[in-house]
Design a protein. Structure first.
Length: 169
């Protein structure tokens, strides 16, 4: 519980000082090992016919429309996932819909670097031990969902229903 509180407190203080602290290059370098993992997956997406956009300091990879509409694309349990400054999504439309949420994860990687790869699953375990959903109760997701417009409003997808079901743990 103390670990989750620490991360929530760090997130709040970081959000207040978003323009201060490390210069942009330092944040980019700190998150770069995780970005390399994302770029590797993104490269595989490009080989499968996907596409890439550079947007506001991040790289956004999207599956090819054919792959996104396939059983594989429908099987994925997420609309997008972030590794460092790389965001992988099912489609560019989905990436646009979840962009604010995923940008929070980019900031979390910039704060924690490779430690995020340990801290995120640890926060899920702590949420589960408190009787919460390991996904929605995760303090990193709580911070990211705080910027969302509400999930079930206009523009939501079937993937939102999966997340809503996960809340019922």
């Amino acid at each position: 519980m103390r670990v989750a509180h620490f991360f929530r407190r760090r997130a709040a203080s970081s959000a207040q000082s978003s323009g201060r602290g490390w210069p942009a290059v330092g944040r980019m370098l700190w998150a770069s090992p995780c970005s390399a993992i994302g770029a590797l997956f993104g490269g595989l997406m490009l080989l499968g016919g996907g596409s890439l956009r550079r947007l506001e300091g991040t790289l956004e990879f999207a599956l090819s429309p054919r792959l996104a509409a396939s059983a594989f694309g429908r099987w994925l349990p997420f609309a997008a996932i972030t590794f460092g400054q790389v965001i992988l999504g099912v489609s560019h439309d989905e990436l646009a819909r979840v962009r604010a949420h995923e940008r929070v994860h980019v900031q979390q990687y910039e704060r924690l670097g490779v430690l995020f790869l340990i801290a995120y699953p640890l926060a899920s375990v702590l949420a589960w031990r408190r009787g919460l959903c390991p996904y929605r109760g995760n303090c990193f997701e709580v911070e990211a969902y705080a910027v969302d417009d509400g999930g079930d409003e206009e523009g939501s997808s079937d993937r939102d229903e999966v997340v809503d079901d996960a809340d019922r743990w």
